[in-house]
Design a protein around this ligand. Structure first.
Ligand code: COA
Length: 189
């Protein structure tokens, strides 16, 4: 097993979760507006859930099934959210997901983090495909995926039962080939 990677961007530091992050996770992910747009964050977010979730992420990393980063503002080391990939090595693909605490929305942070994780997945992990679904009711997430260069692949109608209601999922994807072509194009400008 390799060491857990740390990624840096212009404004962010992406590192492995620690149990000490649990209080921040509970406080920020516990907000209904954050939880309701994700596939899995429970609501209400009860005591102990964050600790169990962090331990689970550590185990998924050890098993090679996942890579979930805590997102921090680099300048102040403030915890602002999470971004991760659920990896299926037999298909060389991963599902990207993320959330940010409400005070940190609409400042370009999710896009910045997503670009860094896509780059890591395609270059260091040599993944073939990374995909991300978002609820039809969550256009901000669609913008993140578009700005990160992913391609819209279609709508999965009423695919997901969330808090008692069927949700349409909008699906985005990127192939390693697309990513490398895009990187080459960017560096030639
Ligand atoms: C989705 C989420 C991660 C976006 O994070 P963020 O850091 O605010 O994203 P960015 O600032 O990089 O980009 C947001 C984009 O959405 C746009 N946006 C925000 N609200 C919008 C709305 N209601 N309708 C359309 N676009 C919207 C912003 O204008 C921005 O686009 P622009 O740069 O073209 O102006 C954040 O809102 C969040 O954590 N939501 C709750 C959890 C969640 O939805 N997770 C994703 C599950 S798939």
């Amino acid at each position: 097993m390799t060491d857990f990677p740390t990624l840096t961007t212009a404004r962010l530091l992406l590192r492995q979760f620690r149990l000490a992050d649990a209080q921040d996770v509970q406080r920020l992910a516990g907000v209904q507006a954050v939880a309701k747009q994700t596939l899995v964050i429970p609501h209400p977010y009860e005591d102990g859930m964050a600790e169990r979730w962090i331990e689970q992420q550590q185990n998924e990393f050890i098993a090679g099934r996942g890579l979930t980063f805590a997102i921090l503002l680099a300048a102040s080391a403030t915890f602002i959210g999470s971004i991760g990939m659920e990896i299926q090595t037999e298909h060389r693909h991963a599902r990207l997901s993320y959330w940010l605490g409400l005070p940190y929305w609409n400042q370009g942070y999710a896009t910045e983090a997503a670009k860094a994780v896509l780059a890591h997945g395609f270059t260091l992990l040599n993944l073939h495909r990374i995909y991300a679904p978002h609820f039809h009711t969550n256009p901000a997430s669609g913008r993140v995926l578009q700005k990160a260069g992913m391609t819209y692949e279609g709508r999965m109608r009423q695919h997901y039962l969330r808090f008692g209601e069927y949700q349409d999922l909008e699906l985005y994807g990127m192939l390693q080939h697309d990513f490398l072509a895009r990187t080459e194009q960017d560096s030639s400008h």
